[in-house]
Design a protein around this ligand. Sequence first.
Ligand code: SF4
Ligand code: MSK
Length: 653
Amino acid sequence: MTQRKRQAPQSIDPAAIEMLELAEAEGFSTAFSRAKAMAPCPIGVDGLCCRMCFMGPCRFVPKRGQSIEDVTGVCGATAATIVARNFARMVAAGASAHSDHGRDMAFVLLAAAKGEARGFSIRDEGKLRKVAHLMGIEDKGRPVAEVAQEVAEKALSNFGQQTGEITYASRAPKRRQELWRRLNLVPRGIDREIVETLHRTGMGTDQDPEHILHHTLRASMTDGWGGSMLATDISDILFGTPKPRTSQANLGVLKADQVNLVIHGHDPTLSEQITEAIREPELIQYAMSKGAKGINLAGICCTSNEVLMRQGVPSAGNMLHQELAILTGAVEAMVVDVQCTMEALVGAAAHFHTKVITTSPKAKIEGATHIEMEPHNAYQVARLIVRTAIDNYPNRPDSVHIPSQFSDLVAGFSHEYLRYMQGGTYRGSFRPLNDAIMSGRIRGAAGVVGCNNPRVTQDRGIMRLIQEYIKNDVLVVVTGCGAIAAGKHGYLVPEMMEQCGKGLREVCEAVGIPPVLHVGSCVDNSRILTVLTEMVEEGGLGDDISDLPAVGICPEWMNEKALTIATYFVASGAYVLFGVGSPVSGSPKVVELMTKGWEELVGGKLEFEPDIDKILQKSLAHIDAKRRALKLVTYDPNQYGQSGDRRLAGITA
Ligand code: SF4
Ligand code: MSK
């Protein structure tokens, strides 16, 4: 009898499962069903298709008995060259997305400083002055607007700069900066390195895989130490530096009796204004006049993370929830800005009354309503969008299907707050965290970040790693869709310390934090770079990021931006593991260059490992190896857990 291969479940999230059952019953297409219907291209999936010129496209498929390294394209390019080129282009594309986001934030700051953007102001003057200091801008005695204008102009100059170094390279640990300079890895200007990647990887230019990958390291840093770090800093200046806030996550945050407005994408500019607009009594009255009890705002993806950690706006879910939210039938408008918004939203909305509204001058979707936002008109556009959603409420179908699931969460652990919580306003530092790692209370740290991908079970890899890490006394920081997954599954609350190993639980109890810290959106991975740098500078854990017992994991990656994040963390010295599959598996030579080669060069490496159990083993082994190299005490899971209140209370477990 033929054994039928059992299909992997599509999600571990009960709300998603409920909506997928409904989609199947109603015949609605989703990313999950489309991924099932379309297998990945067997050549492209390994990075083995070259479309750089029209002598091709060339497919690198070895004949029987032939090695892949013996196959060439029409121009003679080897598999290693085209795999490296394809990877480099993905990294450049990811860097362009995050960096363009950073550029847009700088323009908003400039407009706000000049008084040309109604609704925008400097909400965090302290952060503005700190950033000015980091940029070498004199701020003493100068009016806020003047300092803000100079900060914005300095940020913008990082993009077009042709020579020298991007400003924030100087924020890395001294040892790292020396290494980068020795290896010629410091980006000269953000746009320059991205453009140069495209030039080098076109037909007939850079045809040495090692050389291509070397520049890829440099180009990736225009994101982490460039555009993303600028985006994070400027967002904090304009909208406030996050500190912990309570909220909820999952589709159950949608309300059956209110106007549901969902904001999705990455840029917080418009969503911050919408957050203001929904509080206007006039608009609330207007919603009531249409029969609704109020206006309910929820987020998806990283726009969600931005307004979640600053305003406490609940999250309707991560990337794969975007269509599912619409399929509830309860969404009056889904407002998108840039990145990770699927064209399929319009098709999903066609089954219901939902309006998909595009808002960025850079992004339209055929069939969507386009209401364009610029900094000077952001508040008017926000009001118009809220009114459009309210006007659509009477068109809602009689019955809606909102899953009941949502979890409480705490989000918004900016690096400034992490420092503050470890000593207060005057004595804030990373000393307690370093001490906890040195003593073995905390075994190490893991960043679990990134996307959902319907090629693997939604949230399963992310959640398994988070659960195992905290059980093994590894402190976890989360960003992007990984952060929302942790929130949906109830892991962003202090009560989760009960799931921790004994040492980590003691630390969480003492400081009063969850063992899984929501650090922000995708651009906020730059906050993790800052945290790692501060840990190095605090002392006791080596001289460089590559010395720290820490790892970065992206279990369910899908976006080019995730590869850029991986590469800049490697360039900064980190060990990074990605799940799902490898876009470079077509060339063993490139795999070797990105693992052994990069480890020898910069102390970090990038591995693709679809098996989550292997990711767990490798990452814990790496943390322990780094502990040994630092000559820290050997981690012992039973060493702690008998101190303080717990012992007095007679709790032994
Ligand atoms: Fe083929 Fe070379 Fe053209 Fe690529 S650049 S498509 S390998 S001929
Ligand atoms: S939104 S890049 S799916 S994390 Fe930042 Fe989520 Fe990945 Fe987009």
